[in-house]
Design a protein around this ligand. Structure first.
Ligand code: SF4
Length: 414
């Protein structure tokens, strides 16, 4: 049994992209009680529409209710759960962090499976057993475990495991951090981290002896590297586990998860396309698994910090925090919404012209991206236009490749 590929859905567009490009399931925030306060999230009626979208293609949706709420939020969370049940907008599972929210779910919708968020920090088998006894059916393991530890925890019966394979990491243990509170009065465990760990700091030399005595502890300070981009003291690299997918699958996990509910539909499509092909490649012939050039090219072309395999190979130093942000290699210019008489109808997001060709296509059906050229851009009435403008539909005439609904068109940054 191979693991599911689980993708973030901060919006309908992201969910559509995830399903079209090969995700088995998505996770999405219900209302504001989840750890992405600044992604659009889904109100209860919208969540119902998302469930319908998933059902059409036989996919699953998990609902994130994983903040760590204070007492005054609990009544609203209870309301949200009761309204979800009344509206029949109940996900395939709830993702929770807080035992109080778990109790509410068991009381209000006891048949819905419960997944424990990575935020709860379940690091050992005794904790796994504890959560299983509380009714948790899947534990999303901390990113701070190595593959051997993941394997041991995944062997326990009756509770499944999920791990992250791609996306941002905290320099703290999955949001157990108050930097955002000190920096801007915003709380990571309420989904509102302003990420002060990502910004540039200036190191000012002060008295060295004092510097080495902090609250009675002796330490030797950090070696920091100043690059042309400045000094990044706490900014973790991004997780990218595509090269170690075999080890993660063989560890027995049930779900491989991509981080990023604040990301764009293009980011979701691109990461899902790569990890779908990686899982399928392993499934077809485990012993022949090796990195494909286009996986690395595709992942290098999306918005990201420098990549790392993080803690998975047992070396915490690998998290490598002193990093700046890598530039994205592509700009999404449009998505194919229909094909009429062989001409793709493109929903334009950013300006492009015939001179923009070749345009890179992230396809929904075949695995690899390919280049596209075309002769002309047409308005829907057939008139030729020099430039495709945002928020309009245009036709592409004389394409040298057949496109399908859902294919994404990108231009490379120079
Ligand atoms: S400030 Fe950085 S380390 Fe702290 S919770 Fe936010 S993202 Fe994580």
């Amino acid at each position: 049994m191979y693991p599911e590929l689980l993708a973030p859905a901060g919006s309908f567009a992201c969910a559509e992209a995830a399903f079209a490009h090969g995700a088995d399931a998505v996770y999405a925030g219900i209302g504001k009680f989840n750890l992405r306060a600044h992604s659009p999230n889904f109100e209860i009626d919208e969540f119902g529409e998302l469930l319908k979208l998933a059902a059409v293609s036989g996919k699953r949706v998990y609902g994130a209710l994983n903040i760590m709420p204070s007492d005054d939020m609990m009544a609203s969370i209870e309301d949200t759960l009761r309204q979800s049940v009344d509206a029949r907008s109940v996900p395939a599972a709830f993702i929770i962090s807080d035992p109080g929210v778990l109790s509410l779910i068991k009381e209000i919708c006891p048949s819905v499976p419960i997944h424990l968020s990575t935020q709860s920090g379940c690091f050992n088998s005794a904790a796994m057993k504890f959560w299983r006894e509380q009714g948790v059916s899947r534990v999303i393991l901390p990113r701070e475990l190595c593959i051997d530890q993941i394997r041991r925890l995944s062997r326990l019966r009756d509770v499944k495991t999920e791990v992250f394979v791609h996306g941002a990491m905290c320099v703290s243990i999955s949001g157990r951090c108050l930097l955002g509170v000190y920096y801007g009065g915003r709380h990571p465990n309420l989904g509102d981290c302003p990420q002060p760990c990502r910004i540039r700091y200036r190191v000012t030399p002060i008295d060295t002896d004092d510097n080495r005595r902090v609250n009675g502890c002796q330490h030797n300070g950090f070696d920091v590297e100043e690059t042309g981009a400045g000094v990044y003291l706490l900014n973790s690299k991004d997780l990218c586990a595509v090269e170690i997918i075999p080890g993660l699958i063989e560890s027995g996990v049930s779900s491989l998860k991509i981080e990023g509910r604040n990301k764009t539909a293009h980011y979701v499509a691109s990461t899902v396309r790569v990890y779908r092909d990686a899982i399928d490649t392993y499934t077809a012939s485990p012993s022949d698994y090796k990195m494909k050039d286009w996986w690395r090219e595709e992942l290098d072309a999306i918005d990201h910090r420098p990549y790392t395999t993080g803690f998975y190979d047992g070396d915490p130093i690998k998290q490598e925090i002193f990093s700046s942000k890598a530039k994205a290699g592509y700009r999404l210019v449009g998505t194919v919404k229909a094909v009429i008489d062989g001409r793709p109808v493109v929903d334009v997001k950013n300006v492009f012209s015939v001179e923009s060709a070749p345009i890179s296509v992230l396809p929904v059906k075949s695995a690899m991206p390919f280049d596209l050229t075309f002769d002309a851009i047409l308005e829907l009435d057939g008139a030729q236009t020099q430039r495709a403008r945002p928020n309009r539909l245009v036709l592409l005439d004389g394409c040298d490749e057949n496109l399908r609904v859902g294919d994404m068109l990108r231009v490379r940054y120079v």
